[in-house]
Design a protein around this ligand. Sequence first.
Ligand SMILES: [Zn+2]
Length: 213
Amino acid sequence: MSKTSKQNIDCPKCKTPNDFTLYNSANVTNDPELKTKILNRDLFLFTCKECAFKTMIEYPIMYHDMDNRLIVWLLRDFSMEEFIAQQSMWFASGYRVRVVENLHELIEKITIFDNNLKDTAIEYLKRSITLQALMQMRNILEIYFTGIEKHEGKDCLAFVLVEKDSVNGAYHPLDGVGTLFTDYPEDFRELRDEGRVLVNQKTATDWFNEKDK
Ligand SMILES: [Zn+2]
């Protein structure tokens, strides 16, 4: 089941009050259309009924994929300790649980697990792409995995790189990943408990530094 609630939001442009539906949880197995609306961001798009002004509203949501046994929470400002305690039911059911902080990361997680990849290994690749770019005096501000794409005739892991003045693609051939996806753990819990649910550039770097010691 998905859970929704209504919130009254004043249009930022004309100040007209609008009803906006928030999905507190989205069960995409029961309602696959919800998944489409998350991936194309429609679920977060506010359109004013009066002046048609459009803006994105990011709000906390629990993405629930029963087939993939995956839960991704888009959350900000919460107690990690309490959160992990609250998720015990899902851990016990063999679910992967993740926390992300923005909509880009939510879409990225969905894309990673839909492609049967490990997010820990993807974070490692993102880290090495960022470090390589740094050696070329390029500063990557954000980097996201976007899927598997054909590039120069090869199936590649595709990434989008956000830099100060440009957005670029990076491609990593699938036949060049070696044992990366078998070597990497399912999550970073061995580092500390929050590594069960936080798999991002920060925990990937911490995990790697720990291994390097
Ligand atoms: Zn308006």
